[in-house]
Write a protein that binds this ligand. Structure first.
Ligand SMILES: Nc1ncnc2c1ncn2[C@@H]1O[C@H](COP(=O)(O)OP(=O)(O)O)[C@@H](O)[C@H]1O
Ligand SMILES: [Mg+2]
Length: 337
C-alpha cells in the first residue's frame, strides 16, 4: 500500500502540488490523469524519490519512505522517451540494473531471458542494438529493464505517448495484461482519458496540482464529481439555460433549472428508446452530421441551442441535414453541480 499524506511540492515559490492525499492499494493499476502541467510527473517523481516534498509524508508498504533514497524504495520507472542506452544491445539495456547490483552472469542471463519472454521480446531481438528496434519494441525494452529488478512498484510516465495511435492501443492491452499477470502495484501517468479509462482499476483526476476526483473508470465517467472532471474526461454537451429550462419543465422535475448542467453525447438519443418511460423529449433540426465509421455525431439545433449527439447507426438510415429530429434524454444522465 502506498500513501501520499499531505504532500506539498514547491519549485522555488511555485507550488506545483499544494496538498496531495492519495492511497494506492496493493496490486492496483492506479492512474494519475490530467492535462499537461497539472503535476502528474511531479507526483510520480516524488513517490520515486527523485523529488523531495516540502511538506508531508510518503508511505510505502505502510512505512514512512519520505527520507528513503530512491534505490531503497524498490520502484521501477519507465519514461515517455524510453531513456535507453543507445550504444548498448537490447539485452545489455535490460541487464543494466543487474550489472550495477553485480548479479552473477548466469543469473543475469536467466532473469533477462525470463523478463524478455514476458514482454514478448525474442532471443534474436536481445542481440540487436536498441536503435534497430521500433518505438513499440524499445518501450518494451524499457519496461523489461524496470521489471528485471523485481520492483515492488512500477511507475510509468506517459509510456505510450510517443507511439502512433494503433500501436498505442496494442501496447495498452499488452501492458495491462502484463501488469495483471504480475500483480505488480502500478502507478501510471497519462493525459489521455481513453488510456486511463481502459487500463485503470482507479483513476485520480488532477487539475492544477489538486485531485478533483478519485474513483473507478465508471465513477469518473458516469458520475464525474466536478465540472472539470466531466468536461475533461470525454466529449460532453454543456446545456444552455434555455435547454435546461425546457428539460426541467418537460419532465425533469429533479433538475435544478439553474445551471451548469452537462450531458454526454451518447446519452442524447435520436430515436425513442424501447423503454422510454422517464425520458424527456425535445425537438430540433439536424444541422450537421459527421460520419466516423463506427458511429456518427450530429449537431442538433433545438430552439436556438445546439446539442451534440453520438449515435451508432448499425446500417439504419441516418438523419439528413435539415430534417426534423426528436431527442430523448434520461434526466438521470444529466450531470449537475
Ligand atoms: N524542475 C522543475 N522546476 C520548476 N518547475 C517545475 C519543475 N518541474 C515541474 N515544474 C512545474 O510544476 C508544474 C507541474 O509539472 P509536471 O508535474 O511536469 O506536470 P505534468 O506531468 O502533469 O505535465 C508545472 O507548472 C511545471 O512547470
Ligand atoms: Mg508529465
Amino acid at each position: 500500500m502506498i500513501s501520499y499524506d499531505n504532500i506539498e511540492v514547491t519549485f522555488g515559490d511555485h507550488v506545483a502540488i499544494p496538498d496531495l492525499n492519495l492511497t494506492i492499494e496493493e496490486g492496483e493499476f492506479f492512474t494519475l490523469l490530467g492535462p499537461s502541467g497539472c503535476g502528474k510527473t511531479t507526483a510520480l517523481r516524488t513517490l520515486a524519490g527523485f523529488i523531495e516534498p516540502s511538506r508531508g509524508e510518503i508511505y510505502i508498504d505502510g512505512k514512512p519512505a519520505t527520507n528513503l533514497p530512491s534505490e531503497k524504495r524498490r520502484v521501477g520507472m519507465v519514461f515517455q522517451n524510453y531513456a535507453l542506452f543507445p550504444s548498448m544491445s537490447v539485452g545489455e539495456n535490460i541487464a543494466f540494473g543487474l550489472a550495477v547490483k553485480k548479479t552473477k552472469k548466469d543469473e543475469t542471463k536467466r532473469l533477462v531471458a525470463e523478463i524478455a519472454d514476458q514482454v514478448e521480446l525474442t532471443a534474436d531481438q536481445l542481440e540487436k542494438n536498441v536503435s534497430e528496434l521500433s518505438g513499440g519494441q524499445q518501450q518494451r525494452v524499457a519496461i523489461a529493464r524496470a521489471l528485471v529488478l523485481k520492483p515492488r512498484i512500477l511507475l510509468l510516465d506517459e509510456p505510450l505517448s510517443n507511439l502512433d495511435a494503433k500501436l498505442r492501443v496494442q501496447l495498452r492491452e499488452q501492458l495491462k495484461n502484463l501488469q495483471s499477470d504480475l500483480g505488480i502495484t502500478t502507478v501510471y501517468v497519462t493525459h489521455d482519458q481513453e488510456e486511463a479509462l481502459t487500463m485503470s482499476d482507479r483513476i485520480a483526476v488532477f487539475n492544477k496540482g489538486v485531485v478533483e476526483q478519485v474513483g473507478t473508470p465508471a465513477d469518473i465517467y458516469d458520475r464525474s464529481a466536478t465540472p472539470f472532471v466531466c468536461t475533461f474526461i470525454g466529449a460532453i454537451n454543456t446545456l444552455s439555460d434555455d435547454t435546461l429550462r425546457r428539460l426541467s419543465s418537460g419532465g425533469g422535475s429533479t433538475l435544478d433549472p439553474d445551471g451548469p448542467a452537462y450531458v454526454r453525447l451518447e446519452k442524447v438519443l435520436l430515436r425513442r428508446p424501447a423503454a422510454s418511460e422517464g425520458y424527456i423529449h425535445l425537438d430540433g433540426i439536424v444541422e450537421k452530421r459527421s460520419y466516423h465509421g463506427a458511429y456518427s455525431t450530429y449537431v442538433i439545433d433545438s430552439h436556438g441551442s445546439k446539442l451534440r449527439a453520438m449515435v451508432t447507426e448499425n446500417g439504419g438510415s441516418p438523419l439528413v441535414e435539415g430534417s426534423a429530429a426528436e431527442l430523448y434524454i434520461d434526466p438521470a444522465s444529466i450531470l449537475q453541480y
